[in-house]
Design a protein around this ligand. Structure first.
Ligand code: GLA
Length: 409
């Protein structure tokens, strides 16, 4: 058992006075490339990281669902029968939102047994590493098993996205949840967000002695409000003006026409998404043909597009990218939703400390808050970790009825 899992287990015991039936974990993610393309039906290429969230869970004999966590001592308790996405608030909206969303995908919430859930995580919060998707995915795999639902990973990703959109209220796409559920060691997850087809692609970081540094600017971001929703609205307006269902259907060759039809700001939002989709495809091809040391220029071009066209970078992220490139990084870009959070830098292991020192010095020089810099490795997706005693009761006290599935595509 890892320290993280031990702490989750003892946290569960302190909160609820008994042992969990099992531990399920899910990773955070960094996006290698493909930003703000997911909700435009486009392409993304994220990877799961070796920072994880643990959900320690025990099945109950009644209808109560109780959640607690190491970052908030309160215990939130509701009936599984009465879950209402509009009544969920604060961090508990993530785990309880997943339970509600499972109901929307056919789980018989009027019959399933209650559960106690304790959450503990080492995914930094607010850094753009998808700590929220990690909570959702860990709870989703746990309840999928305990409630005998048998959903595949793609469906679980949709369920987690629905929880995030409706219960938390953040209008995000499906990338983070897919990365957390589908990741594999030393691999990236290439995802077509329209068909939801995925291809898990070896990154070769280990073989080439490369490391991915996360540079957390400590400028906190939130996707529930503000710029994220505004960018999404611009993309939808741009697609509609071009007569397309989504920006996925607009190509680089259509950009001249788009420039004539759209106002300057909407045009630049559209250009970012259209060229970013192409960069994802180019990155995956380059990786396959020439290996990871050749994808640097595409990462830097992605950052420039987010800085200039999509306008979601901040001075701290720009400085992190410029400084790490000057110090010898192969490629660097901001990652995630933007407006703060983290940048990534792909570096030879031998240069990692020099790059980190250069960025720290540049931040001090600019009088920015000191960044937190650490390496991440491409890691496995959500999984059940262990099965401590007492075992999960084998008998199933509820009847799983094939309920009509709500269509929430
Ligand atoms: C956040 C969202 C994702 C995606 C990215 C931007 O991480 O949760 O769905 O839109 O921003 O690429």
């Amino acid at each position: 058992m890892t320290d993280l899992q031990r702490t989750a287990t003892s946290g569960f015991e302190n909160a609820f006075g008994s042992e969990p039936h099992g531990l399920w974990t899910a990773p955070g993610r960094v996006n290698i490339i493909g930003e703000h393309t997911d909700y435009n039906d486009g392409f993304v290429f994220p990877m799961a990281i070796d920072r994880r969230t643990v959900a320690a869970v025990r099945r109950r004999d009644d209808d109560r669902i109780r959640v607690s966590s190491s970052f908030s001592p309160e215990i939130v308790e509701v009936s599984v029968r009465a879950l209402d996405p509009d009544a969920l608030h604060g961090w508990s909206a993530y785990p309880l939102g997943v339970a509600w969303a499972l109901g929307q995908f056919g789980a018989p919430l009027q019959e399933v047994p209650g559960v106690d859930i304790y959450i503990h995580s080492d995914v930094p919060v607010g850094a753009g590493l998808s700590s929220s998707a990690a909570i959702e995915a860990s709870v989703a795999v746990a309840l999928n098993e305990i409630w005998h639902l048998d959903h595949d990973r793609r469906t679980l990703a949709k369920i987690c996205q629905l929880a995030e959109n409706r219960a938390v209220g953040a209008p995000t796409g499906i990338m983070d949840q897919s990365a957390s559920l589908l990741g594999r060691r030393d691999c990236g997850v290439f995802l077509d967000c329209r068909s939801l087809e995925t291809d898990v692609i070896p990154l070769g970081f280990e073989e080439h002695d490369l490391e991915l540094l996360v540079i957390d600017t400590r400028v906190e971001h939130a996707h529930v409000s503000g710029g994220y929703a505004a960018r999404r609205a611009s993309c939808e307006a741009g697609a509609a003006a071009l007569g397309a269902d989504s920006l996925r259907d607009v190509t680089v060759g259509d950009l001249e026409r788009a420039r004539e039809l759209l106002d300057d700001e909407t045009f630049r939002r559209v250009r970012h998404v259209v060229t970013e989709n192409q960069r994802v495809l180019d990155t995956v091809r380059t990786l396959r043909e020439h290996g990871p040391t050749s994808i640097g220029e595409l990462l830097v071009a992605s950052h420039a597009s987010m800085r200039d066209d999509f306008e979601i970078s901040v001075p701290e992220l720009d400085l992190a990218v410029e400084t790490s490139m000057a110090a010898g990084a192969i490629g660097s870009r901001m990652t995630g939703g933007g407006f703060g959070g983290a940048a990534i830098a792909l570096v030879p292991v031998a240069l990692a400390s020099a790059v980190a020192e250069a960025v720290t010095a540049a931040f001090a020089q600019a009088s920015f808050t000191a960044p937190t810099i650490f390496p991440v490795r491409p890691a496995a997706g959500a999984t059940r970790e262990s099965w401590p005693s007492p075992p999960l009761p084998a008998n199933c006290h509820f009847r799983l009825v094939p309920a009509a599935r709500t269509s929430v595509e």
